[in-house]
Design a protein around this ligand. Structure first.
Ligand code: IPE
Ligand code: IPE
Ligand code: MG
Length: 292
């Protein structure tokens, strides 16, 4: 039994729209290969905050064109879910629990989990290719592949793995967090803004917001590993004890403070948008204080 993730009302509304669209996207469990499709649905549709999708939708909403960003929102959540399956494998984070359930490889075995991860990742690019006009589809696909690739999220995950065996500097930790988490937040915002046909200055502003928000989000993830409630986070806690995290450098109060400061920096980037960016401001306030 999974505890539902309780979110502030406006976030719950964005999450609900994303959940519905995600559910429509995946082949049913009875479609062959059934175990792969079941595993894809299992992780993708498990309770999630859908923060990255919400960033994409809100970025487009700055132009009054939220619905244009649905494809981007789906693509980033597909990529995120694919990355979580890999992140939990025994050779990576070796996590038994995810989104309040046994991790994908625990429930389905490592082979099926790997195939489900690739299936989700492929679907992300299919969504971009089929839901946008050719020129925009190409631009969004290039953005997403750079974001995930060996100079983006994969670089962050690679250095995160390497850093497990070393003591690392604050600067290196920040770089890891920016790459493994910040860049996908940035891509969600950039993609949402591009889909809404935002001018370049607006795309850059909302991307700067999202990158800082993503770093703050990951710092709080470190903090919740220490002081979170597994019922609320859906993951085991105290798994990072041997790792260097923001809590190792700054303590629990310091990590929370740092995340708040980054959320303030994120909000500064929204000034040109005035009141139109209030929901993005509310999202930053949620991330700074989150316990889930
Ligand atoms: C977990 O992300 C992995 C990190 C990058 C910290 P989330 O905390 O957004 O996970 P879900 O999507 O809500 O399950
Ligand atoms: C996960 O980072 C980042 C990606 C999946 C890209 P962590 O390993 O720190 O996050 P959790 O704590 O397992 O969710
Ligand atoms: Mg992990």
């Amino acid at each position: 039994v999974t505890t539902p993730v309780v979110l502030p009302r406006f976030l719950a509304e964005y999450r609900a729209r994303t959940d519905d669209a995600l559910s429509d996207l995946l082949p049913a469990d009875v479609v062959a290969p059934c175990d792969v499709h079941r595993a894809m649905r299992y992780t993708l549709l498990a309770p999630s905050k859908r923060i990255r999708a919400t960033v994409a939708l809100l970025a487009a909403d700055l132009r009054g064109r939220e619905s244009r960003a649905i494809g981007v929102a789906l693509a980033v959540e597909l990529v995120h879910a694919a990355s979580l399956i890999l992140d939990d494998l025994p050779c990576m984070g070796d996590a038994p629990l995810r989104r309040g359930r046994p991790s994908c490889h625990v429930a389905f075995g490592e082979g099926t989990a790997l195939l489900a991860s690739y299936g989700l990742l492929s679907l992300a690019f299919q969504v971009l290719a089929t839901q946008y006009e050719p020129a925009l589809a190409a631009r969004l696909s290039a953005l997403l592949s750079e974001t995930i690739g060996s100079r983006g999220l994969i670089a962050g995950q690679a250095d995160d793995l390497a850093a497990e065996r070393e003591s690392i500097t604050f600067e290196r930790l920040e770089r890891i967090h920016r790459l493994k988490t910040g860049v996908l937040f940035g891509a969600a915002a950039t993609g949402g803004a591009l889909a809404a046909d935002a001018p370049q200055a607006q795309v850059a502003a909302v991307a700067a917001y999202a990158k800082n928000l993503g770093l703050a989000f990951q710092i709080i993830d470190d903090l919740l590993d220490v002081e979170g409630d597994p019922q609320a986070t859906g993951k085991l806690t105290r798994t990072d004890l041997k790792k260097t995290t923001f809590v190792s450098f700054s303590g629990t109060d310091g990590a929370r403070l740092l995340a708040r400061e980054l959320c303030d920096t994120a909000r500064l980037a929204l000034e040109p948008f005035g009141r139109a960016a209030d929901r993005l401001r509310d999202l930053a306030a949620f991330v700074a204080e989150r316990r889930q």
